[in-house]
Ligand binder design. Structure first.
Ligand code: ADP
Length: 249
């Protein structure tokens, strides 16, 4: 599904991502951990088109995506969330979802005149999809509230809902439960599990190790820009390289 081959990205003299290769195959939920500054965010930026690699290749469903702009990559079904929620606080919860629908005909001037019935059909479809997502997030009762009134955890949930509006097949999650209370964390965990049943795959950075152990059958560990481990979370905790990366050399 997602393959990275020998990717490199430096900032000045710092090799943020260094000869990094991985193949997610069909792993349902893959975790990514590593000490601060080990290159996780830079890797996410490289995969999702926010940065271009200095060298190396990225493939999604066997098609090269390195060098493509971020919006083209998300149109292919590879979508990310952000560590800090990016909901639009003055729009309602429902409108936040509707605003994330890709390819909206009504945004272009010509279809407004020549394809009005097509626009209406698309809007009805998007509205139905927003209802489904609201239901899945259990935020239906807040659909007409401005998103800025939601709690921090609910905003993180809505951010995930915005990602779902884009019909993702693989979601890159950056700390989906950071700062979220335990009951909403459970809800996010259940939602991730439910989505895997529907065929969605996840690649996630998460610092909460018990949660990683619970959710991710497969874990990748980075240190100083390199992949130093690929296996189960249980094995990772006993791996000398991983222990050394966390405890210092
Ligand atoms: P992580 O997400 O694992 O904390 P990052 O990918 O943010 O790691 O950072 C990896 C390294 O690259 C760090 O040394 C960081 O300081 C450096 N770095 C990341 N982004 C930039 C940037 N835009 N400019 C300069 N250095 C950067």
């Amino acid at each position: 599904m997602l393959r990275v081959l020998n990717a490199n990205k430096s900032f000045g003299g710092i090799k943020a991502v260094n000869r990094f290769s991985m193949d997610l195959k069909d792993s349902l939920i893959t975790g990514l951990v590593g000490p601060n500054g080990s290159g996780k965010t830079t890797l996410f930026h490289l995969i999702t088109g926010f940065y271009e690699p200095d060298s190396g290749e990225v493939y999604f469903d066997d098609q090269p995506i390195h060098g493509l702009p971020a919006h083209k990559i998300s149109q292919k079904g590879l979508v990310r969330n952000f560590q800090h929620s990016r909901v639009l606080p003055f729009l309602t919860v429902r409108d936040n979802l509707l605003a994330s629908c890709p390819h909206q005909l009504g945004e272009k001037i010509l279809p407004v005149f020549f394809l009005p019935s097509k626009i209406r059909a698309q809007e009805a479809k998007n509205s139905q999809k927003a209802d489904e997502v609201l239901n899945m997030l259990k935020l239906d009762h807040l659909a007409d509230q401005p998103a800025g009134r939601l709690s921090y955890g609910q905003q993180k949930l809505l951010e995930l809902g915005r990602v779902l509006m884009a019909d993702p097949r693989l979601i890159l999650l950056d700390e989906p439960t950071a700062g979220v209370n335990p009951s909403l964390t459970r809800q996010i965990v259940e939602l991730i599990r439910e989505l895997t049943q529907k065929g969605v795959r996840f690649f996630m950075v998460e610092h909460n190790m018990p949660l990683v152990a619970e959710l991710c059958p497969r874990l990748l560990v980075m240190d100083a820009g390199e992949l130093i481990f690929d296996g189960s979370p249980k094995e990772a905790m006993k791996d000398p390289k991983v222990v050394e990366a966390y405890l210092g050399k």
